[in-house]
Design a protein around this ligand. Structure first.
Ligand SMILES: NC(=O)C1=CN([C@@H]2O[C@H](COP(=O)(O)OP(=O)(O)OC[C@H]3O[C@@H](n4cnc5c(N)ncnc54)[C@H](O)[C@@H]3O)[C@@H](O)[C@H]2O)[C@H](O)CC1
Ligand SMILES: [K+]
Length: 505
């Protein structure tokens, strides 16, 4: 799914209104109906809604939603700024409709302090939408702060009020803190970055039927990896395949005390479908690797640390997990990279070694995939102020070096050399544990060996990793799930993918 800027959302609106055709107030009605339907099919334990409406179209959505929920039998209180009753045209239409309903009480924002937010009440935030032009101040700021202090469930319409859709807010900005955000048609960029995304709660994208033609013909550099993207990448395994069909992976890493990391990466490469999988590790890991991953063949890279990396043809290398940064390992990696041309995957200590010397960066073969977490990214490319700036820097570096950067975060970003960004929306905080990154390296290496393109391997890889983690969290909880559980769930994710990709009778 494309991520549109506010400007493009406005153009999509206008195009839909002109070409469907549909009036703008009808489009608002459609958007509001989508929200109301979602709300009454999901909110089963609450009977009352306190709806907070601003003066723009977001407020208009709020008025329409309030009317619809009232007609479904809920108790509704609507809060507005009675000192300033100047609305956008469509909001005014819906404000008037609401005023005609005697059963809905219209309250002033100032009444919030005496209002009974009882346990049956859900708060709906329709103060500001994508039209926010400055940080909320005065009464708006106060209302948002009071609402944020309430324990009632909170639903934002389109975007949490106070948040800018395309850019980062100031550090101390006042933003409504939602449990759910019902957003129209597209993910907004700010939802996908940690500084702002932490205010959305769960994001639900509602299809309000904006013109598909406009969406298809309007380019965007930003994408969310949704089911549609994955459907277009995933290839079912051919019936007449042999082990050679699905490529050869060599996972390189491990050092004394860090054999677990390379074990996890190797197991993941096996589970993700690589035809032949090798593990190149120091001898101290021989027994444990051969015992726990007997399907993988062992290649000796040294005694306690790797001091040589053998070059083989037609092989995809995934280098880094548990590698360590010893001098002899550094030498081995540099020597290997000096002679290696084809794209590979670099992670963890391989990146830490590369960040030791500016000249090493140039040794990364074109089209390679690097998978840094924020700290590794900083060591490689320098400090940035926030995740928006970090992404901009990553785009520059991906282009300059001609590589793919998988920037690991809550919504991991895959940045291509051409400047596209794919945001991942699978995965959960159960992955915030040592070992999770090693799994991703194994998966991406395996996919690249299986002849997925670099972009496909990175995009499918981060999605698979997150999806398997979501399955693991469902079974064991985010707290208790282990990286090994994530590896084991890969099978269930592939089963689902195969089901969707195969003709069903
Ligand atoms: N295609 C869609 O996604 C649809 C979206 N809809 C809804 O429309 C809003 C966007 O509406 P817009 O009128 O452009 O903006 P807002 O409602 O966000 O209101 C802006 C309003 O408030 C003023 N303002 C801006 N910032 C501040 C501030 N800090 N303090 C005070 N006042 C402020 C500004 O001048 C405007 O007057 C979108 O989010 C959806 O909810 C449609 O309903 C359907 C199609
Ligand atoms: K809102």
């Amino acid at each position: 799914m494309k991520v549109f800027t506010v400007e493009n959302i406005r153009l999509a609106d206008q195009y839909t209104i002109k070409n469907e055709p549909v009036s703008s107030v009808q489009l608002m009605e459609r958007a509001a109906l989508n929200c109301a339907e979602w709300i009454y099919s999901n909110c089963k334990n609450h009977t009352k809604f306190a709806v907070f409406c601003g003066n723009g179209n977001n407020g208009g959505d709020g008025f329409a939603i309030a009317r619809m929920l009232y007609l479904k039998g809920f108790d509704i209180d609507v809060f507005i700024n009675k000192d300033h009753l100047k609305f956008s045209d469509d909001a005014l239409v819906n404000y008037k409709k609401l005023k005609d309903i005697s059963g809905i009480s219209l309250k002033d924002f100032h009444e919030i302090e005496r209002y009974n937010f009882d346990e049956k009440t859900i708060i709906i935030d329709a103060l500001f939408g994508t039209g926010l032009s400055r940080n909320p101040e005065g009464i708006f700021k106060k209302v948002i702060e009071i609402l944020n202090s309430k324990v009632n469930p909170k639903i934002s319409i389109d975007i949490p009020s106070g948040m800018f859709a395309d850019q980062i807010n100031n550090e101390n900005a006042t933003i409504f803190k939602a449990d759910y955000t019902l957003t129209f048609q597209f993910w907004k960029r700010a939802f996908l970055h940690p500084e702002t995304g932490s205010f959305t709660g769960k994001v639900v994208v509602l299809d309000i039927n904006l013109s598909q033609e406009f969406i298809e013909n309007t380019s965007s550099n930003d994408f969310v990896i949704d089911d549609e993207v994955i459907k277009n990448i995933f290839k079912i395994r051919q019936d007449f395949a042999h082990k050679g069909t699905y490529g050869k992976s060599i996972i390189v890493g491990g050092s004394y005390g860090k054999i677990g990391a390379i074990m996890l990466a190797t197991k993941s490469a096996l589970k993700a479908g690589s035809g032949l999988t090798f593990v190149l590790a120091p001898n101290c890991g021989y027994e444990i690797l051969q015992t726990n991953a007997p399907e993988a063949m062992f290649m000796n890279g040294g005694e306690k640390n790797i001091n040589q990396i053998e070059e083989q043809e037609n092989t995809v290398y995934g280098i880094g997990p548990g590698l360590g940064t010893e001098k002899e390992t550094e030498k081995a990696l540099v020597k290997f990279l000096e002679n290696h041309q084809s794209p590979l995957i670099l992670d963890a200590d391989a990146l830490n070694i590369i960040s030791k010397d500016n000249n090493y960066m140039k040794l990364i073969p074109k089209k390679s995939i690097i998978t840094p977490h924020p700290k590794e990214f900083e060591r490689l490319f320098g400090k940035t102020e926030n995740s928006f700036d970090r992404l901009d820097l990553a785009k520059t570096k991906a282009k300059d070096l001609g590589i793919y950067i998988v920037l690991k975060d809550h919504h991991t970003q895959v940045i291509t050399p051409s400047g596209n960004v794919f945001y991942n929306i699978t995965g959960n905080s159960g992955l915030a544990k040592g070992g999770s990154g090693d799994i991703l390296t194994g998966i991406i290496t395996s996919l690249l060996a299986q002849k997925y393109s670099e972009e496909e391997a990175a995009v499918l890889g981060v999605w698979l990793h997150g999806k398997a983690a979501d399955f693991a969290a469902e079974k064991y909880s985010k707290e208790a799930m282990q990286p090994t559980d994530v590896i084991n769930e890969l099978g269930n994710v592939f089963l689902d993918l195969n089901k969707k990709a195969t003709t069903q009778l």
